[in-house]
Design a protein around this ligand. Structure first.
Ligand code: GDP
Ligand code: MN
Length: 399
């Protein structure tokens, strides 16, 4: 789960990290009021969307030479003018895709005078099973680009969970950024607090780009991208309450309501599978036969008719879906329940695209009979391989 920059900065502040003063605003009036609460004379008007690259982004509704999604303003009137231009409009950045994202919230910040911009991120390194830091002097840039073109400018290290964060980790950050004296002390402090925040809140990623050195000699987190491990969210209701559903795929929100593991993908074959392993294998075999899956969907072990119906509706609501493959191994979950769910869903939402069903396991014969006798145009398959070939063939023929 992701949160907005202004929310992330509030979390950072809670852990004693240096961030600029700022106020969130949903309307032009609120933006003006926010600016009046700040000292000036420099303000930053920042679009709050769940995507980076806002500074270099473009608003769809504005002329091509208009300014981007992060703007400096030198007076309250300029803040107002920028808020008018930005709120309600669609910002397209390198991370939003061509559709862009509507800007419904702004963050009005006290502007900093920047001496240097750095890059710093904290993440979970799956290879070492540790929390790792990635640090670079190339701040404000696309870090993938830096990694590709000048990898020597990126320093990484991980923290042993047995000791936790230590002063030498902070010194490593200071060294990587060329900081000494008081600035090295600030770097040590910053590193410790970032690590503590990361662990305490079960983050998956914390990216500060840029971390700046201001002209008055302070390190400050000027931008913050924060995402959380969804498996640990139950421990953090205060984070869950920051969820902005308008930023998420409505299909994924609907799926989470029914406790379905659903991830939207780009392809054309909708999949309904039970068990994550079987779901992965199903995606693989669809690709093997030359088509792309439209989603990952694990209905889980204890799915009932309602859950299956919901899953089916979510899949068919995706207009990219040109065919559906139901692949169920009935263990705890019985094949007849799945069959009934599929039929109920089809009767409810209709079916204009090919549907291949492969059932195996408990009550399989009953399940197959229910489907056969339903009178629905369902293609039955005997095993996974057969099912994948049949759905790929059906989708291609229906084009
Ligand atoms: P992003 O484009 O979505 O990554 O948004 P950022 O929050 O990183 O802002 C983009 C750029 O705007 C930064 O890299 C800075 O160069 C600039 N910027 C942001 N805040 C300030 C500020 O307080 N003062 C100045 N001078 N520039 C800022
Ligand atoms: Mn940034």
């Amino acid at each position: 789960m992701n949160i907005h920059e202004y929310q992330a900065k509030a979390v950072l502040k809670e852990f004693g990290l240096p961030v600029s003063r700022g106020v969130a605003a949903f309307t032009v009036e609120e933006a003006v009021k926010a600016a009046r609460e700040l000292p000036g004379p420099l303000y930053v008007v920042k679009s709050q969307i769940h995507a980076g690259g806002r500074g270099k982004g473009k608003f769809k509704e504005l002329p091509a030479d208009a300014k981007g999604g992060v703007r400096l303003a030198k007076s309250v009137d300029e803040v107002r003018a920028n808020a008018v231009e930005m709120l309600g409009n669609t910002l397209v950045t390198a991370q939003t895709g061509p559709v862009g994202k509507q800007v419904n919230r702004l963050y009005i910040e006290d502007g900093s005078n920047i001496q240097k911009e750095f890059y710093l991120s904290v993440l979970v390194d799956r290879e070492t099973s540790r929390v790792a830091f990635v640090v670079s002097t190339e701040g404000g840039m696309d870090i993938e680009k830096v990694a590709h073109e000048t990898p020597e400018k990126i320093v990484t290290f991980s923290v042993d969970p047995a000791t936790g964060v230590m002063p030498h980790h902070g010194m490593a950050v200071a060294k990587a950024l060329g900081l000494s004296g008081d600035l090295a002390k600030q770097a040590v402090n910053l590193t410790t607090r970032l690590y503590n925040a990361f662990v305490a809140k079960d983050m998956a990623l914390l990216e500060i780009n840029p971390l700046i050195l201001s002209t008055d000699g302070q390190l400050r987190c000027l931008d913050a991208k924060m995402s959380f491990d969804s498996n640990a969210l139950y421990r953090h209701p205060e984070i869950v309450s920051l969820r902005d559903e308008t930023e998420e795929d409505p299909k994924e929100i609907e799926a989470s309501r029914y406790d379905l593991s659903y991830i939207a993908l780009e392809g054309s074959i909708g999949c309904m599978v039970n068990g994550a392993g079987l779901a992965m294998a199903t995606l693989d075999i669809i690709k093997l036969y030359g088509e792309e899956p439209a989603n990952f969907l694990d209905v889980g072990g204890g799915a009932n008719k309602e859950k299956v119906t919901a899953a089916f509706k979510i899949i068919t609501a995706d207009h990219n879906v040109k065919g559906i493959l139901v692949n169920i191994f009935g263990g705890i979950m019985k094949c007849d329940v799945i069959a009934e769910g599929v039929i109920a869903a089809v009767q409810d939402v209709g079916l204009s695209i090919p549907l291949v069903v492969r059932l195996e396991g408990t009550n399989v014969e009953l399940g197959k009979t229910i489907i056969r006798e339903s009178g629905l145009n369902v293609i039955a398959a005997d095993d996974l391989d057969d099912a994948a070939q049949k759905i790929v063939k059906a989708v291609r023929e229906s084009h």
